[in-house]
Design a binder for this molecule. Sequence first.
Ligand code: DI6
Ligand code: FE
Length: 416
Amino acid sequence: MTDHSGYALVKDAMVIVEDDRIAWAGPRETAPDNIGLSKGFYSDTETFDCGGRLITPGLIDCHTHLVYAGNRAGEFEQRLEGASYADIAKRGGGIMSTVSAVRKASVDSLVEQSAPRLARLISEGVTTVEIKSGYGLDSDNEIKMLKAARQLGDEYGVRVRTTFLGAHALPPEYANRPDDYIDHVINEMLPRAHDLGLVDAVDAFCENIAFTAAQVERVFEAAAKFSIPLKCHAEQLSDMGGAVMAARHRALSADHLEYLNPDDVPILAKAGTVAVLLPGAFYFLRETKLPPLDALRKFEVPIAVASDCNPGSSPLTSLLLTMNMACTLFRMTPAEALAGVTVNAARALGLADQIGTLQAGRIADLVIWNVDEPAELSMNIGLNPCAAVMTGGHWRSSSAARFTNDFLPVPGSGHP
Ligand code: DI6
Ligand code: FE
């Protein structure tokens, strides 16, 4: 007998959608017969029999750098010959090589080059994607990236949250002057991007190959003046104290965390900061130090899981494969992995009251899966059992048409 307790799974369930929202969800036999009646809800509604298939919230990829130009296949080869990710960065490759490619690209070219990555994610039931800037490293180019991210969301009918990551790496114009660059981020880049309404959150790379916790803290103080929510790349390659500093600033999330000291975990718990784990980067960089999973569980820090889709450390465009990696590499349970790409990912984006659960009042983003058990979503490597996707109360027709194998959401029986 499979234990489904961790999933809050409801057998023989019904979801009632009204406009763009879930009006009710629960066991079919207890479905209210009066919901929406005042609006003639049942007279003009369509019903769909999902044939007993699993329904989950739309998946949320809460940490990506999927807008970029070019590729870093050469670095992949160099690493296979023994160079480390940090060595390559110190030689001016790594993030800086993508910066050169992005600076040469137009918004349209960025959209065109990034679209296949987004399409691949959404083919697996992703309905919300966070996309960071961070490969422009000056105002115009960071803004260009954020515009490309928003345009992708509009074109693909997926909710895109844009994060300003100006403090991702030190651009060549500011070589050996990191504090001057931070001044520029604070005084010029962030205010301009914010004025254009392009910044949903602010992130920074706190790392020995990037910025210190004190430098990142200055960016966070500037963001706080605009009331912009915070996120932090912390403790990926070394323990720089970024996660604790981020928690002190009540950041939505601290991301990566392989080198987080377990003794610091209670500080994240107290702040309500989500731990976003990125097993794709752990895998691709052949990291061996595991994030402090036991301490995160013990202190009940919400754990999200994301692709970190980027050209250097995680060229990963599958959230289902990311869930598999979270289980196989981090020993997370399949139920934790599913929570990591739904309810906890929503928290990491500050959207927990809108998306991430199948619950009355939430936006009707949901996925119907051709699986018997929810653990299959994390177990399979490369199979895509996504049968149909609804975003904001609408069936995603392109997805249903393009990616369905044996199920199409056509009106059927099941009227209450
Ligand atoms: N950590 C990461 O894993 C990505 N950025 C970051 O701060 C990697 C970005 C890249 O290598 O292009
Ligand atoms: Fe990242």
